[in-house]
Design a protein around this ligand. Structure first.
Ligand SMILES: C[S@@+](CC[C@H](N)C(=O)[O-])C[C@H]1O[C@@H](n2cnc3c(N)ncnc32)[C@H](O)[C@@H]1O
Length: 123
């Protein structure tokens, strides 16, 4: 997702995909908010105009543990930043839902305060 063309050029129909699903990837693959926004633009190139993006991600997350002592740094984003990044990358937001993580579910594997669920359309 850090590359302008994330997949081989013949991996999808030339018109682009109807729908793309990305879950808990962009905030872990992006070093900062600018890279998060660029990644949204990169994956958007895989979609046909009018195609839909279902994007799921963690809110406010700065790290997650991927195994014993393996701490993966992440970019913390909030709802407003996700909306702004989508707009900047050529999507129309259709729906945004947020799940707030209850305190007692925080067991130390990450520091997200919530999860966002987005449905957006590629312009
Ligand atoms: C927290 S895991 C989420 C895995 C899975 N999508 C899920 O929801 O359970 C983050 C995933 O992001 C993906 N990822 C990390 N860097 C990436 C990159 N530069 N390009 C594409 N995918 C990447 C890897 O597959 C990694 O397993």
């Amino acid at each position: 997702v850090n590359r302008p063309q994330p997949l081989a050029h013949d991996a999808l129909p030339s018109a682009g995909a109807d729908c793309l699903v990305s879950a808990f990837c962009l905030e872990s693959a992006s070093p900062d908010l600018a890279a998060f926004t660029r990644a949204l633009g990169h994956i958007g190139r895989l979609l046909r105009p009018g195609g839909h993006l279902l994007l799921i991600g963690a809110l406010g997350i700065t790290y997650y543990m991927a195994g014993d002592g393996v701490k993966i740094p992440t970019v913390p984003v909030n709802e407003a930043q996700v909306c702004a990044s989508l707009k900047e990358s050529g999507y129309t937001l259709i729906r945004l839902e947020v799940y707030t993580v209850p305190q007692d579910m925080n067991v130390g594997t990450d520091d997200a305060y919530g999860v966002f669920f987005v449905k957006a359309m590629k312009e």
